[in-house]
Design a protein around this ligand. Structure first.
Ligand code: ISC
Length: 365
């Protein structure tokens, strides 16, 4: 089952009618073929793009699509899960060294911002997507809870807090997030952290890069585009983020881009890549020891009219055969502190680790 939740609803795809994989996610012909096939079959296509624009992408056409109320989602019980074992790639100290290397490159003027990630490889005998999906649907640590079939039997599961793009007719929206601080239990201290985030020059700069990239890409397509000039706060289970709601109206007298084409256009934003984009992508490839694949990509659905909704594939994992791969990244700009970025990525990884631990025998070793 493919599922993507948003607000009070869930788009669910039952069964698999056809899979459209591509080695090149930037292929415009692929996007229009997917939308046309969704229209022909009268279903919503569940799509995922890799982090790398030229990387793999996949669209799954289900046998049957339905939109159900959030409370009506039914999951099969996945059965017991054996104890799991976690290997960091790299270790936290290695990640801190990567951040230091990135800060040197920022000081040299090579990049203004780069989002550096680290991964956890979790050995989890018997793991099924439902082991994670169940707790994520119950707790909803992020707005967009999903399970998406990928290529080669892998499944992306997560609870992303970040809307890459939504298109409904001519209305288009995005809610980029960037600039974060881990939350704490004490309510007064938690609130203070959030307030400090709102006035942190480093985080505001980190955030502004993302808003700039998205609005620059959308402006030529829109006859109207609005966004507040100062970000607002967004809360997840483990973090506070800076967020900017962007809303627009696409030109009526031009060909209407589908939600999938808009996702291809916007992704990867500097919330997962950096600025300038090509130099940041090269630095990520140089410093990160493991390829991101579909992690830090984007996923969602499109219908035959091109309406749809895509989230950034963060607070997410890839379920493979007896294993799970988790990713978390953090935006590095001048003024970033390696130790704090280790903690921030730790808090981000916590969302999925918590879901895993909610299974009776899924306790970490
Ligand atoms: C790249 C991730 O988060 C992005 C989204 C929100 C805040 C971010 C930050 O403050 O660095 C990241 O840009 C992730 O969760 O793996």
């Amino acid at each position: 089952m493919n599922i993507f939740t948003s607000g009070s609803q869930a788009v669910i795809g039952h069964g698999i009618r056809e899979i459209y994989p591509t080695e090149s996610g930037t292929d415009a012909g692929w996007a229009s073929a997917v939308v046309a096939a969704a229209g022909f079959s009268g279903v919503r296509a569940h799509c995922a793009l890799s982090f790398t624009p030229g990387g793999r992408a996949v669209a799954v056409l289900p046998e049957l699509s339905e939109v159900v109320g959030y409370d009506a989602i039914e999951l099969a019980h996945p059965g017991p899960l054996a104890p799991t074992e976690v290997t960091p790639e790299p270790a936290p100290s290695g990640y801190a060294a990567m951040v230091e290397a990135a800060l040197r490159r920022i000081a040299d003027g090579d990049v203004a911002k780069v989002v550096l990630g680290r991964q956890l490889q979790v050995r989890a005998p018997g793991l099924r997507p439902e082991h994670l999906l169940g707790p994520l649907l119950a707790d909803r640590p992020g707005e967009y809870v999903f399970s998406q079939t990928l290529t080669e039997g892998a499944v992306a599961v997560g609870a992303s807090p970040e809307l890459l793009v939504r298109r409904s007719g001519h209305a288009v929206s995005a809610v980029p997030l960037a600039g974060s601080v881990p939350r704490v239990e004490d309510p007064a201290e938690d609130r203070q952290r959030a307030e400090r985030l709102l006035s942190s020059a480093k985080d505001l700069a980190e955030h502004a890069h993302v808003v700039e990239a998205i609005t620059a890409a959308l402006l030529p397509l829109c006859r109207e585009l609005d966004w507040p000039r100062t970000p607002i706060l967004h809360r997840t289970d483990t973090l506070w983020h800076l967020a900017t709601p962007i809303n627009g109206v696409l030109h009526e007298d031009r060909p209407l881009p589908s939600a999938l084409e808009l996702a291809q256009l916007l992704h990867p934003t500097p919330a997962v890549g950096g600025v300038p984009a090509p130099e940041a992508a090269a630095l990520i490839a140089e410093l990160e020891p493991v390829d991101r694949g579909y992690l830090a990509g984007c996923l969602g659905w499109t219908d035959g009219n091109g309406d749809g909704e895509f989230a950034v594939t963060i607070r997410a994992g890839i379920v493979g055969h007896d294993e799970l791969r988790l990713f978390a990244g953090a935006g590095i700009v001048a003024g970033s502190v390696p130790e704090l970025e280790v903690r921030e990525t730790g808090a981000k990884l916590g969302t999925m680790l918590r879901a895993l631990e909610r299974n009776p025998a899924g306790a970490l070793r």
